[in-house]
Design a protein around this ligand. Structure first.
Ligand code: NAD
Length: 473
C-alpha cells in the first residue's frame, strides 16, 4: 500500500483537525473527519477566536468613536441593538463554518457529525448525532480534540451569571457589572468587549501583572489604556469565594497582602486557562500515554506512543493556539504520508487582540533573562513613527531581540494598534534567519507602522533615521 492510499480518521474538526483532514485529502488519502458540530470549525470558529474577533472589531469601533472627540468629531453615544450585534457575530460563524463544510465536500472528506471512542488503536466507535453507532477501522488516527476552560473549584456555581468564554460570547445581555477572573488572553479580550459595550468591568489577576507570558514593556501600554477603560484591575489577587445572591454574585476578593474585600457583580467570567480534552473514551485501549498535565505525549512528528495514533493542537500542549494546531496537523499528515518532516518552529506568534494589540514571537526578553542569554534589545517607540502619530496611537513599541555575535534576529515584540498583523514579519525574519542588517535594509513602505520593525533594526546599529542618539565622547 502506498502512503497516499491510507485510510485515516481525524477526531476533532478545529483548526488543527480540519487542516490535517484537508491536507490528507489533498495528498490522496481517504479521510473521515469526526466532530459533534454540524460543520468543521471547532472551538476557534464556533466559540473562540472568530466570534471574539467579530466582537472586538465592534469594541474597537466604539472606542475609536469616543477618541474621535480629540480630533474634533463628536459622535453621539452608540445605541446598541444587541440582537443585531449577536446576529452579526453568528453570521460570521455560520459563513466560515459553512465554508469549511463546502470545502470538506469538495475534497471528498467524509464528515461525520458525532463523537468518537477508541475500541483499539485503529478502530473507532462513532456515536452519530442521530444516536446511531458505527465502528470504523483506519490505518492511522489523528486526535485533535482541543481543550476546554479550566475550572476553579471555589468558583463553581450553577447559575448563568457565572460564565466561561463560551457563555460570555453568547452575549445574552450587557450586564451592569462584570468580574473577570484571570487577566490573560480571554479575560482581557472579552473584558474589553464588555467594557466597550458599557459594562463596568473589574479584572482580578492572581499574579503581579496582566498577561504573565508577555514582556512587561509590551504589556505596559495596554495596562495603561485598560486602566481608563475598566473599572478596576486588581493584581496579586484571587477570588476566594463566590455566592449567588439572586440579584448578583457576591465575590470575596483576597489580595496577596491580606486585604480582603467583598463586591457584588451582575456576572462573572472565569478565564483562568484551559485544559486538554484528553479524556477520550477508550483511549486506555491504545498505547497512547499522557504527560503530567494531561497532555497527550507526542514526538516531533506528532506521533503518540502508539504508532497508529497521532495527536495535534491543544491536546498535546502549550501554546494552545489555533495556528500552532494547524501546522502540527499538516506536519502529522506529512509524517503519515512518509515525508521527512518535524514540527520544529523557531517562532510561533502570540497575539492578544486587545486595543492596543500585544504580539510577540521567538525569544522574549523574560525568557532571555531566565536563561541567562546574552541578547541586545533594540526598541523603537511609536512616538517617533509618523504613521502612529497620524492615527493618534503613539503609545506603541516595536522591539527586536538580536544575538550580539551573529546579529541574527531571535525575537520580536510589538504592542500597538495592528500589532497582530505586523508580527508576521517578525516570524518570517526569525524563520529565514534574518540578520538585523537584512531587516534594516528591507525597504518598508512609508508611512506605515511596519517601518517601526525596520527602524528597530536601525536602532540596533545606532542609526535610526527618526531617533537621534548623541555620539558618546
Ligand atoms: P491564560 O493562560 O491566557 O490566562 C489565565 C490568567 O488567569 C493568567 O494570567 C493566570 O495567572 C490567571 N489565573 C489563574 N488562576 C487564577 C485565579 N484563581 N484567580 C485569578 N487569576 C488566575 O488563559 P485564558 O485567558 O483562559 O486563555 C486560555 C488559552 O486560550 C490561552 O492561553 C491561549 O492559549 C488561548 N487563547 C488565545 C487567544 C488568542 O490567540 N488571541 C485568545 C483567547 C484564548
Amino acid at each position: 500500500m502506498t502512503d497516499s492510499n491510507l485510510n485515516i480518521a481525524v477526531v476533532g474538526a478545529g483548526p488543527g483537525g480540519y487542516a490535517a483532514a484537508f491536507l490528507a485529502a489533498d495528498l490522496g488519502m481517504s479521510v473521515t473527519l469526526i466532530d459533534p458540530e454540524l460543520n468543521p470549525g471547532g472551538v476557534c470558529l464556533y466559540r473562540g477566536c472568530i466570534p471574539s474577533k467579530a466582537l472586538l472589531h465592534v469594541a474597537k469601533l466604539i472606542e475609536e468613536s469616543e477618541q474621535a472627540k480629540n480630533w474634533g468629531i463628536d459622535f453621539a453615544a452608540p445605541k446598541i441593538d444587541l440582537a443585531r450585534l449577536r446576529s452579526f457575530k453568528e453570521n460570521v460563524v455560520k459563513k466560515l463554518t459553512g465554508g469549511l463544510g463546502v470545502l470538506s465536500k469538495q475534497r471528498k472528506v467524509k464528515y461525520v457529525q458525532g463523537r468518537a471512542a477508541f475500541e483499539n488503536s485503529t478502530t473507532l466507535r462513532i456515536t452519530k448525532s442521530d444516536g446511531s453507532q458505527e465502528s470504523l477501522t483506519f490505518d492511522r488516527i489523528i486526535i485533535a480534540t482541543g481543550s476546554r476552560p479550566a475550572i476553579v473549584p471555589a468558583l463553581k456555581l450553577d447559575t448563568p451569571r457565572m460564565m466561561d468564554s463560551t457563555g460570555a460570547l453568547n452575549l445574552d445581555d450587557i450586564p451592569g457589572s462584570l468580574l473577570v477572573v484571570g487577566g490573560g488572553y480571554i479575560g482581557l479580550e472579552l473584558g474589553s468587549v464588555y467594557a466597550a459595550l458599557g459594562t463596568r468591568v473589574t479584572v482580578v489577576e492572581m499574579l503581579a501583572g496582566l498577561l504573565p507570558g508577555a514582556d512587561r514593556d509590551l504589556v505596559l501600554p495596554l495596562h495603561k489604556r485598560l486602566e481608563k477603560l475598566l473599572d478596576g484591575i486588581l493584581l496579586n489577587t484571587t477570588v476566594a469565594s463566590v455566592k449567588d445572591e439572586g440579584t448578583g454574585i457576591r465575590a470575596t476578593l483576597r489580595a496577596q497582602d491580606g486585604n480582603v474585600q467583598e463586591k457584588v457583580f451582575d456576572r462573572v467570567l472565569v478565564s483562568v486557562g484551559r485544559k486538554p480534552n484528553s479524556e477520550i473514551p477508550g483511549l486506555e485501549k491504545t498505547g497512547v500515554t499522557l504527560g503530567p498535565k494531561g497532555f497527550i505525549q507526542v514526538n516531533k512528528q506528532l506521533q503518540t506512543t502508539d504508532s497508529s495514533v497521532y495527536a495535534i493542537g491543544d491536546v498535546v500542549g502549550e501554546p494552545m493556539l489555533a495556528h500552532k494546531a494547524s501546522h502540527e496537523g499538516r506536519t502529522a499528515v506529512e509524517a503519515i504520508a512518509g515525508h521527512k518532516v518535524a514540527f520544529e518552529p523557531n517562532a510561533i506568534p502570540a497575539v492578544v487582540f486587545t486595543d492596543p494589540e500585544v504580539a510577540w514571537c521567538g525569544l522574549t526578553e523574560t525568557q532571555a533573562q531566565n536563561e541567562n542569554r546574552d541578547v541586545k534589545v533594540a526598541k523603537f517607540p511609536w512616538a517617533a513613527s509618523g504613521r502612529a502619530i497620524t492615527i493618534d496611537r503613539p503609545e506603541g513599541l516595536t522591539k527586536l531581540l538580536i544575538d550580539p555575535q551573529t546579529e541574527r534576529v531571535l525575537g520580536v515584540g510589538i504592542v500597538g494598534a495592528g500589532a497582530g498583523e505586523m508580527i508576521a514579519e517578525g516570524v518570517l525574519a526569525i524563520e529565514m534567519a534574518a540578520l538585523a542588517k537584512d531587516v534594516a535594509l528591507t525597504i518598508h513602505p512609508h508611512p506605515t507602522l511596519s517601518e517601526t520593525v525596520m527602524e528597530s533594526a536601525e536602532v540596533f546599529f545606532g542609526t535610526s533615521t527618526d531617533i537621534y542618539r548623541p555620539k558618546r565622547a
